[in-house]
Design a protein around this ligand. Structure first.
Ligand SMILES: Cc1cc2nc3c(=O)[nH]c(=O)nc-3n(C[C@H](O)[C@H](O)[C@H](O)COP(=O)(O)OP(=O)(O)OC[C@H]3O[C@@H](n4cnc5c(N)ncnc54)[C@H](O)[C@@H]3O)c2cc1C
Length: 387
């Protein structure tokens, strides 16, 4: 195997300490959280207390000023263990960075330290019943009022962390006539009158993830809660586009880690399982299949590690990140499906990690921009004609 050169000793000791946290605070509960459909709120506070939230935020705002590779380690470990109910990545590496990069100083001071302690759970609400891939079609409006506040109306769906969320970055039209150039991001807080959390959605996988609908009925959002203040009014799409490479690469990181975990667990299984008087792993078909899968995951890992290097140098472009997202998530689904097959009927039983991984994997090709949209982005970067 090709040795990874991305991480230093400090990242690896962080990996050990996060594994210990998972063993103590997540592993004993995750199956029960899948049954109830959400993780206990306490795990957010425990993570915050142990410094596992918003680690890459500056110390001034409650973070640890760590480099992004610490978050990568955390994402890899959660994916490896199959703890798909835990929404720390979206909270720490999508929601918090929007506030850090575009927020006003009062917004950073008001929200980042509380996101870092787990006092607030963060979510981002772009998708609507009528607008997923086509975000320009968002119908939620936030219309400026004479007193400077915004009146927010509309609904969102499929929102990760949506049921627990205390702070939601809501994508809304502040100038509905101007299309993408009339879009802004608003910081909507639990308790604002007219803001309701809808039901948790019953999903094929990610059973412990509290994905939910959100409703906004004449919510008065103060001017101070427009992300970035007046300077960023109607420029929400610029923020969304700038953050895409890292957001997409995060999905690729978890795809590779999850695919590798499925291979590892399958190697163990086929060594133990006896059929026709020999281990399943002794059949040529099994050995060749696993060799093929491992080769592909190795190739994917090298590519994703290279993308991470580029990201850290500020050189990762959207098309390359889209390649990583599309290719690794397709691969993740292929690999895990083959691993289920090598488990036989046991691979279809929920108590087997490979069965859960199979159910969890499918959505990776859908959220964060569907893989078809990734191909749109890549082909556009190649100069091909399109929409
Ligand atoms: C579990 C889960 C968690 C999610 N978390 C969040 C979240 O936290 N925040 C959030 O805002 N959203 C979230 N989403 C929403 C997700 O981002 C959308 O589902 C996704 O972008 C696709 O949008 P859609 O579901 O409306 O599908 P549609 O846009 O209706 O797409 C349907 C099909 O048409 C294809 N298609 C669409 N446009 C094109 C095109 N131009 N060319 C070719 N094919 C096309 C798509 O690829 C897809 O196959 C989540 C979704 C799920 C399932």
């Amino acid at each position: 195997m090709i040795e990874r050169t991305l991480f230093g000793p400090d990242h690896e000791s962080f990996r050990d300490s996060f594994r210990r946290f998972m063993d103590k605070e997540i592993a004993p509960h995750h199956a029960a959280w899948e049954e109830q459909g959400y993780v206990d709120r306490a795990v957010w506070n425990q993570a915050g207390h142990n410094g596992f939230l918003c680690m890459t935020m500056p110390e001034d705002y409650g973070g640890a000023g760590a480099d992004k590779l610490y978050s990568v380690v955390q994402m890899e470990e959660l994916a490896r263990a199959g703890f798909s109910g835990i929404g720390f990545g979206l909270h720490s590496e999508i929601v918090a960075p929007y506030i850090l990069h575009y927020g006003t100083e009062p917004q950073k001071r008001a929200f980042l330290p509380r996101l870092a302690t787990g006092g607030l759970v963060g979510a981002i609400a772009m998708s609507e019943p009528g607008a997923g891939s086509d975000l320009q079609g968002v119908r939620t409006t936030a219309l400026a009022q004479p007193d400077g506040s915004y009146l927010l109306n509309g609904s969102k769906t499929f929102i990760t962390n949506g049921w627990h969320a205390d702070l939601v970055l809501v994508v809304a039209k502040t100038n509905p006539q101007a299309g993408a150039k009339g879009t802004s991001l608003l910081l909507v807080e639990r308790g604002m009158k007219g803001f309701e959390h809808g039901k948790r959605l019953k999903k094929v996988g990610l059973k412990a993830q509290d994905t939910a609908e959100l409703f906004f009925d004449n919510v008065r959002v103060p001017a101070g809660n427009l992300l970035g203040g007046a300077a960023w009014e109607n420029k929400g799409f610029v923020c969304l586009m700038e953050q895409l490479p890292w957001e997409r690469l995060q999905i690729a990181v978890s795809a590779v880690a999850s695919a590798q975990a499925a291979i590892d667990t399958t190697v163990q299984y086929v060594k133990d399982r006896q059929v026709f008087g020999q281990p399943v792993g002794a059949f040529q078909n099994t050995r060749y299949k696993l060799a093929e899968l491992q080769t592909q995951v190795q190739v994917a890992r090298v590519f994703v590690d290279k993308c991470l290097e580029l990201l850290i140098r500020g050189q990762l472009d959207t098309a390359t990140a889209s390649m990583a997202k599309y290719w690794t998530t397709d691969l993740q689904c292929t690999v895990i499906d083959e691993c289920v097959q090598l488990h036989g009927g046991y691979g279809y039983m929920w108590e087997y990690p490979v069965a859960r991984a199979w159910a969890d994997a499918r959505v990776q090709r859908i959220y964060g921009g569907t893989n078809e949209i990734m191909k749109e982005v890549i082909s556009r970067a190649m100069g091909l004609p399109g929409r």
